[in-house]
Design a protein around this ligand. Sequence first.
Ligand code: ADP
Ligand code: ZN
Ligand code: ZN
Length: 696
Amino acid sequence: MTHWLAVVLQTPAHSAVAGPLTYQSELPLAAGTLVRVPFGTREVLGVAWDTLAAADLDRAESGIRAVSAVLDGVAPLPVAWRQLVQFAAGYYQRSLGEVALAALPPQLRDLSAAQLARRLKRTPAATHAQPVKNPDLIALSEEQARAIGQIDAHSGPFLLFGATGSGKTEVYLRRVQALLDADDAAQALVMVPEINLTPQLEARFRARFGEAAVVSLHSGMTNPQRLKSWLAAHSGAARVVLGTRMAVFASMPRLRLIVVDEEHDPSYKQQEGARYSARDLAVYRGRLEGAKVLLGSATPSLESWHRSRPAAEGGRYLRLEMLSRIGAGGVLPQVRLVDMSLQPKKTVFSPQLLAAMGERVARGEQSMVLLNRRGYAPVLACGSCDWKSECPHCSAYRVFHKIDRTLRCHHCGFTQPVPRACPGCGNVDIAPIGRGTERLEEHLAELLADLRRPDDTPVRIARIDADSTRLKGALEAQLAQVHAREVDVLVGTQMIAKGHDFRAITLVAALNPDGALFSADFRAPERLFSLLMQAAGRAGRDAAQSAASEMWIQTLHPQHPLFGALRRHDYPAFAAAQLREREQAGLPPFSHAALVRAEARTQEVAQGFLNAASAAASTIEPALPGYAQVTLFPAVPLTIQRIANVERAQMLVQSPSRAALQRFLAAWQAVLHATRQQPAGRGLIRWAVDVDPLAI
Ligand code: ADP
Ligand code: ZN
Ligand code: ZN
C-alpha cells in the first residue's frame, strides 16, 4: 500500500518551493521520521512532517517520487520539537525547511543511510545515564536557598537577578541535581552565551554529574562530536545538554528544565540565516514542553527586566534576587572614575591608574585592562596628504596590525602589507591614529618596565583578544596562564570581561568607554553598563582580597548617570532610567520592531527595492492584515553601508502590537517576493527580515 508524506527539506532560501514537499512510501512512517529523499538530481535529508490522506493530494501532483531511505536507527523527532521549529520559522519569517534542517547536526545531512547506520552501531545503546551522587555539597547561602525554594514553589519563567559571584551557577547545579534525582529520565538544557565560556562551566557540570550524563553542543566542536552529542540528547541518554544558542533546538524527549545563563548576552541572537533569539525561544519552548525556564544575569536585558516587574503591573516572569556576593568579605569592587578632561591630551593611562596597577604588581595581584578594539591602530594615515587606510571594498578603515605589518579589514577580511610610503603622495611618514589592544600592550610594557614583582622579577603583561586566540587551544592556554598567576597585567577586549572565574584579579580598568554613551544604537548604554558590571565582576572573586578590589573607568563624562548607577552597583536604578527613556521614545520593549535588509551593488537599488515593497503594502486592497497598526519607515543605508562591495540598506517596521507586526510580516512576505520579480527588484542580491533586531 502507498502512503503519502509531507516532507520538509532544505530548499534554497528564496525559491518558490518553501513549504513541505510530497513524497510516497511503501511503509507507513510516523511524523518526525528522518528520511532521505530525491530532490532534483540529488538525494537529501528530510523530516517527515505530516502524513497525508489520499484526499489531501492535489490532483496536479503527478509523478510523486518515493522516499529513498528511512533513517530508522534514529527515533522520530518529537512533536514538541516540530512545534518549536514551526513556531520559530513562522515568527522569524523563514522557511520551515531552512529552520528544521539548520537545527539538525550537519553530519545528519551529509551521511547516507548506510553510513549513519554504521555510525550508530558504534555508539552504545541508549540508556539514561545516571548522574553521580554528591553527598557532601557546600552549604547554600540564605539567598541561594530562598531562590531555590521559589523555583520549586512556582512554575516560572524565572529571572534570577544575581550579582556576579552571588552563586548563580550553584543554583543551576542544585536545580539540575534535584530534577535528575527525582526523575531518572528527566533532562535539563543549560545554555551559555559563548563557546569560550563553556569549558569552565562544562568542567563544573561534569565534576558534579559525571562524564556520562553531560554532553555539549556548540560550534567549536567537530561535526562527528556534534552528531554524537545530538544523538545522546535525542535518545534521552544524556541528561544534561550544555550549549550555546544552537542548543535551544536540541531534540530532548524529556526536557524538564531550561537554564539560560547570562541571558542578556547579545550572542543569544543568531545574526544570519534565521535570525532567532535563543533566549526567547527557550521561554517559548519551556511553555510548550512544560519545562521550567530559569534566566540568569547580574545585568538582565531590559526586556526580561521589564517582563519580571510585579505581576500586578503586568509582569510575566518571577524575579528572584541574590544581591550579595558569596563569602565573608563578599563586597563588590569599588568603582573609581578618572576625569580624563583634567589630564593632558592624549593621555592613555592616568597617573592614578598607573600607580594603582603598580601597587597590585608589587603585591603579586593581577590587573585587567579592557579596550574594545583589537589590532595596533584602527587607522593608518598620511601626515602630508589626506590618505587613510580605507578598505577599497567597504565603507570602513582597515586596521593596522603591527605584529605582521598588515592592514586588515575587519569586515571583509581584505589584507595587504603596510605600504612603505603613502600610496597617495609618496610620503614615507605614515602613522597610526588611535590605539587597539596590540598597541596598548606595547605602551603598557614601556610604562611598567621598571616595576618589580614580589620576587624581584620583571612585570609580565599578556593580551587576550580575537587575534591572540586565533589558533585552536590558544585561548585555553592563555587563560591557564592567567589562572596560574603567570600574568600580572592582562590586556584584552570584552572577551576577557565575561564569566571567567579569575581568582587573583583585584583591579579592572576600562580605558575609553565613552563612545557607547552617545551612540545612535539605542541598546549601546545597556550593553556598556552590562559589560562594565561584568568586568567589575572579574575583580575580587577571592573573598580574602575582595575588600581591596577596584574597577577603574577613565572617562570624559564622569558625571554621566550611567556611571553613577555603576558606582552604586545599582542595576535597578539604571534599568528604570533606561526604561523610562525607551517608553518615551516608543522603543522596545514598549514597541515591537522588525528590519528588512536589502543588499545590492548600489544603494539606489537596495533602497529602491525596500521602498517599492513598502509602497506596494500601502496600495494593496484589501489592506494587508495588521497594516493599520504598523509603521513602515523609509529605507536608509546601514551604518557600515558597504561591505565587500555590496551596498546594504534597511527598513524599519514598527508596531505597538507584537501580534499585528507578526500578521503584517507574514502577509508582506508575498509582496516582497513579488517586488523582487518586478523592475524594482532588478539587481537586488538578497533581502531578509530580522524580527526583534538587536540594533535598529
Ligand atoms: P555566579 O555564577 O553568580 O557568578 P558562582 O556560582 O560562580 O557565581 O559562585 C562564585 C563562587 O562562589 C564560586 O567559586 C562558587 O564555587 C562559590 N560558591 C557558590 N555558592 C557557594 C556557597 N553556598 N558556599 C560557598 N561557596 C559558594
Ligand atoms: Zn600622503
Ligand atoms: Zn573590507
